[in-house]
Design a binder for this molecule. Structure first.
Ligand SMILES: *Cc1c(COP(=O)(O)O)cnc(C)c1O
Length: 836
């Protein structure tokens, strides 16, 4: 062991490493450590790198000499080191040689308060999956934007209206460092915008075993308009959005390569970064000396597109002139294709000059697989992408789903975790050691214990709410008397409901306000009182959303509400964490099917909170009667139906939720409630964890896609060239295909089918001939292959036998490209020819 006098030198560096690691868990020990260094700054910012850079060196040295600080630091460092040294799931599966790495592109990342480069759900998905990838050892390198202002910060004015504030993110106060090349020089890359070359700077953040690379354009050498590209997340006009997406997609891929990375797989978290598909192909073209078509054929096998929106209006679309202005030169000089060819990749109809260029279509045309983020969203997505697959039955539109999940260590309350740990030691289900399930834990505790944890958590939340409220009031100039009583109407024993989300009309944040008097009666019930915490931002351009927000302000201020509704301004990761850890019930009332997945409801699960939610997004697949409550009938409706949903919501609260919460046994424990908690935790925590999500992405997509990409790339892109050639051929001759004759003969319980086709220039081995029957009643759809019997010049005969349990009138013959060729059908080649 080193002599005591040498220890501080080591530990200062250890502290730095802790402060800069975005994967660090907020254990209570960890909390104590930063509190000790600068309590106030830590409490206000939760930014360890800021605390560290602010404290004077002598103070730090002195602190590190103190036994209590030293002990704490040792504990935290050890925990982190043990976590990183533990054998991972990925290594354990012997996957390592099969995958060099995954590049993950996202417009936003929600990792910690210290790095405010997120807005909401999309960033949450990216951040939580990145942390889970580190825990599991999956080699992901993320790429994103260093937003100078991030998303706006919210104030609520005295008139109850939202104010939008844009404080600056100072790079020196965030847990990031410049990305350097091999010689140690900070990376600086050039890309072209019309008429000028601009500079991009590279940064990196550490997320456990993985890294997040960030780009910014705030280089003094850039013209002001370019410096502002990385200013505001989801701010600016359409042209600004296009510039941002060029920087993220094209600049992002260049940054990865400049950092020395050659990932097998590119994962697009939504379509914003779809230009990366072009840049990956361009780089491959140059390196392998092939055409753009061959390069795309090779690289797309390794590109995965995750779509996040359930409505077409959610896609980013740009007018052709704008795309031309920014990309004509790139298309012609760098990709060697015409602007028209590039535009066609973002359109349904290649030749329609009025059709906007759609980033999701570009992503679909540039990827080897597409997935949605919940089961229901898979169904919705197949409908909204169907036009890219004309004449294909909707169920065959090639979009599967991987349901989202959350990173448990980020959202489980540290205090509750400490209690679990006291009972069971380190091996907790959300620590990724994989030995113990949530059900195992639950089996070892009684209802009283579980209920006490809940009570503590609710109490902690209310403490936070009071201090948050007092601070907001003070900032807005409230009187000391008002500040004094702020939150005093909240009570730790009361049923506490939480409701926090983006204030967008489709989320229906005012469904609970449908009958305000009824809500007042619910809240102020003499024996069974309820309190409600509300938070959320409305986009600066969304007037309707802002009006809904003001409606809540006015309601909360009503005298007869008696302070039982509190609006917490500036919804962010911190507020979300406190809310999901402390509330008894999480409410969510979007208009089905507009919530692709939703993740906030998953965050309450491990904390023992219950969900009362619309049957939409993740809840449509998670819900069962004994583990939560559901609004809606599982169908889609027009806004006129809102009244019925509101009625159901009130009824559930009045007749089931509230009575169940207050029905106590002799120890004052609500047994039926706790039973529900057990079911909800036991059934859902692991299923909706980011660990499960990332494992699913790895096994179903990353590994097979890496293999497919490598196969296409091997031997001078031999397979990629062959596939590209096949696809071109089939496209140009497809119109020649024709059904000449179709014969059915039934014998006993077997149909014999014989199809004679005219093939023209197409070869029989290039196609698959099938009989197709739609799903009908309880009968699933049936796709029955026929086999080549003989060829005869430009003609061929295909035959097959199938059972007579469906009548022959159910079947239609069709021809599609053969999957044997190695192309993803119909994603890469959506040709289909039906028997007339
Ligand atoms: C989890 C989270 C979200 C996503 O919530 P949904 O309403 O479920 O989409 C958004 N914002 C913050 C701050 C979150 O923590």
């Amino acid at each position: 062991m080193a002599p005591a006098s040498e220890r501080p030198a080591i530990t200062a560096e250890m502290l730095r490493q802790l402060a800069f690691d975005q994967s660090i868990r907020w254990s209570s020990q960890n909390d104590d450590l930063w509190e000790l260094i600068d309590n106030e700054l830590w409490k206000l910012t939760r930014n360890p790198s800021l605390v560290l850079s602010t404290v004077p060196e002598q103070t730090l040295d002195a602190l590190l000499q103190r036994a209590d600080c030293h002990r704490l630091l040792e504990g935290v460092v050890q925990a982190q080191q043990e976590k990183l040294a533990r054998p991972t799931w990925f290594a354990g599966q012997q996957f390592s040689g099969k995958l060099t790495g995954i590049a993950y592109f996202s417009m936003e990342y929600m990792l910690s308060e210290a790095l405010p480069i997120y807005s909401g759900g999309l960033g949450n998905v990216a951040g939580d999956q990145l942390k889970a990838a580190s825990d599991l050892g999956v080699p992901v390198t993320a790429v994103g934007m260093l937003w100078q202002h991030g998303y706006f910060r919210q104030g609520i004015g005295p008139d109850g209206r939202q104010q939008e504030l844009y404080p600056v993110n100072d790079t020196r106060q965030m847990p990031i460092e410049p990305l350097r090349d091999a010689s140690g020089t900070p990376l600086r890359l050039a890309i072209h915008l019309p008429g000028v070359q601009i500079w991009l700077r590279g940064w990196q953040a550490i997320v456990g075993r993985n890294r997040l690379l960030l780009l910014d354009t705030n280089d003094p050498a850039n013209p002001p308009v370019a410096r502002l590209i990385t200013s505001e997340l989801y701010g600016g006009d359409n042209e600004m959005r296009l510039r941002q997406e060029l920087v993220l997609g094209i600049g992002g891929w260049r940054l990865l390569e400049a950092a020395g990375l050659q990932p097998d797989v590119l994962h697009l978290n939504d379509g914003h970064a779809a230009f990366a598909v072009l840049e990956r192909a361009r780089s491959y073209m140059t390196r392998e000396e092939v055409s753009f078509a061959v390069a795309l054929s090779a690289t797309r096998a390794g590109n995965l597109f995750t779509t996040h929106t359930p409505v077409e209006a959610g896609f980013d679309r740009f007018p052709a002139e704008l795309v031309g202005k920014y990309l004509e030169r790139y298309a012609e000089y760098e990709l060697g294709i015409t602007l028209q060819t590039l535009l066609a990749m973002g359109r349904k109809q290649a030749q329609d000059p009025h059709e906007l260029f759609n980033m999701a279509y570009l992503a679909a045309r540039g990827c080897g697989a597409i997935n949605a983020v919940s089961r229901l969203h898979g169904h919705t997505s197949r409908l909204i992408f169907r036009e890219l697959f004309p004449r294909w039955p909707v169920p065959e539109v090639p979009i599967a789903h991987v349901s989202n999940g959350i990173h448990l260590p980020t959202w489980v309350a540290p205090d509750a975790e400490a209690h679990w740990q006291q009972l069971h030691g380190d091996d907790l289900p959300w620590r990724g050691m994989g030995q113990v399930s949530v059900n195992d834990l639950l089996a070892r505790v009684d209802d009283r214990w579980l209920w006490q944890i809940r009570q503590h958590a609710r109490n902690d939340l209310l403490k936070f709410v009071r201090s948050h409220l007092a601070r907001s009031l003070a900032v807005h100039g409230a009187s000391p008397a008002d500040i004094e009583v702020a939150g005093s109407r909240l009570h730790p024993e009361r049923l506490t409901l939480g409701f926090a989300r983006r204030f967008a009309t489709y989320k229906r944040p005012n469904l609970l306000l449908h009958d305000p008097e009824r809500l007042v009666r619910l809240l102020t019930h003499p024996c069974h009182p309820v309190q409600l915490l509300v938070a959320g931002k409305a986009h600066p351009a969304d007037r309707a959303g802002q009006a809904l927000l003001s409606e809540w302000q006015q309601f909360a201020a009503r005298a007869d509400v008696d302070g039982r509704v509190v609006f917490l301004e500036d919804y962010d990761m911190r507020i979300a964490r406190h809310m999901v850890q402390g509330v008894d019930v999480w409410l969510n009332t979007p208009r089905r099917p507009w919530e692709a997945s939703g993740t906030s409801g998953m965050k309450v699960l491990a904390n023992g909170g219950l969900n009362l939610s619309q049957l939409d997004g993740w809840w449509a697949e998670a819900y069962a009667a004994d583990l939560g409550w559901a609004v809606g009938d599982g169908l889609e409706h027009d806004p006129e139906h809102d009244a019925a949903d509101a009625e159901q919501l009130y009824q559930l609260l009045e007749e089931q939720v509230v009575p169940s919460f207050y029905k106590r046994d002799e120890h004052d424990v609500p047994n039926a409630w706790v039973k529900r908690m057990r079911r909800s935790m036991g059934e859902l925590v692991e299923r909706f964890s980011a660990d499960r999500t990332v494992r699913e992405y790895t096994e179903r997509y990353y590994l097979p896609m890496a293999r497919a990409y490598r196969q296409r790339w091997a031997q001078g892109s031999a397979l990629a060239s062959a596939l590209s050639h096949q696809a071109t051929q089939l496209r140009s001759y497809w119109h020649e295909l024709d059904f000449v004759e179709l014969q059915w003969a039934s014998e006993g319980d077997v149909h014999h089918v014989r199809v004679r086709l005219y093939l023209g220039n197409i070869k029989p081995e290039q196609i698959a001939v099938q009989l197709f029957a739609e799903c009908r009643g309880s009968e699933p759809a049936d796709i029955h292959p026929l086999h080549l019997r003989l060829r005869d010049g430009a003609f061929a005969v295909f035959e097959g036998r199938l059972s007579t349990h469906r009548p022959h009138a159910d079947y239609t013959a069709r021809v599609v490209a053969s999957a044997q060729l190695g192309l993803a059908v119909p994603l890469e080649l959506p040709l289909i020819h039906w028997q007339r």
